[in-house]
Design a protein around this ligand. Structure first.
Ligand SMILES: Nc1ncnc2c1ncn2[C@@H]1O[C@H](COP(=O)(O)OP(=O)(O)OP(=O)(O)O)[C@@H](O)[C@H]1O
Length: 223
């Protein structure tokens, strides 16, 4: 989605966070203009061995473990009033197609239409990252999109429709409860990247954070 507004992202990391790269696949006939891609929100995961820190990282496996998911939100009442039209739609479960030019299409790992619930998005696109994290595999769920595209709705949600973060927390504690033989240590951070700037959403003083990586222990730090 092209926009003059800033692109934002909201992130949920399990264990140490890892950086992600886009894995959207263009169809041959598709436009090469990535900015026209309607990435209303994405969920991605990238795994890296956590416990066996001396084990070599399998680059091919890492690449395959990044998934890109697109979620469309419905037009808002204001957009309907203003006569705005849907420009892209979910054509099946993995294709996003242009409404006005159907020959322009993009393939993603998963595409959710505007009637999909957050619970369904969580089950299909995020739950495996949480269960993986509980097994010791680092994971990141990353929502990316222009202002008002639905990142907060998807990641945070509300009482009526809990987002991926509360659903993940609930799942995490359920897994802990079901696994009394194992001891867990949970750390939580809630971050926003806005115009390349990382902000801590839990600490108003934590703005414009610097990212540092410790190559020896595969940990990422925000200072
Ligand atoms: N899937 C959805 N179904 C229904 N309403 C939605 C959906 N996604 C978003 N909305 C609504 O659209 C509006 C904008 O969504 P939201 O605030 O989540 O956007 P955002 O990407 O977090 O914006 P910002 O970058 O400004 O923080 C909100 O009123 C939200 O309730």
């Amino acid at each position: 989605m092209a926009s003059k507004q800033g692109l934002r992202s909201k992130i949920l990391s399990s264990k140490a966070s890892s950086s992600t790269t886009s894995s959207s696949k263009h169809f041959p006939e598709a436009s090469a203009d990535d900015l026209s891609s309607p990435a209303s929100s994405t969920a991605r995961s990238k795994a890296k061995y956590h416990h066996s820190q001396s084990a070599p990282v399998d680059a091919r496996k890492l690449k395959e473990n990044v998934t890109v998911t697109v979620r469309f939100r419905p037009l808002s009442p204001r957009e309907i009033r203003q006569g705005e039209e849907i420009a892209w739609y979910a054509d099946g479960e993995s294709i996003v197609r242009g409404e006005h030019n159907p020959s322009i299409a993009y393939a993603y790992d998963k595409v959710f239409g505007p009637t999909t619930t957050t619970c369904h998005v969580y089950d299909v696109a995020a739950q495996h990252v949480i269960s993986g994290a509980m097994e010791g595999i680092n994971g990141t769920i990353f929502a990316y999109g222009v202002t008002s595209s639905g990142k907060t709705h998807t990641m945070h949600g509300d009482q009526r429709s809990p987002g991926i973060i509360p659903l993940a927390v609930k799942d995490t504690f359920s897994i802990i409860q079901e696994t009394p033989s194992r001891e867990y240590l949970l750390r939580v951070s809630y971050l926003e990247i806005y115009n390349e700037v990382v902000n801590d959403l839990l600490n108003p003083a934590g703005q414009n954070l610097r990212i540092r990586e410790d190559a020896q222990v595969y940990h990422t730090y925000l200072l």
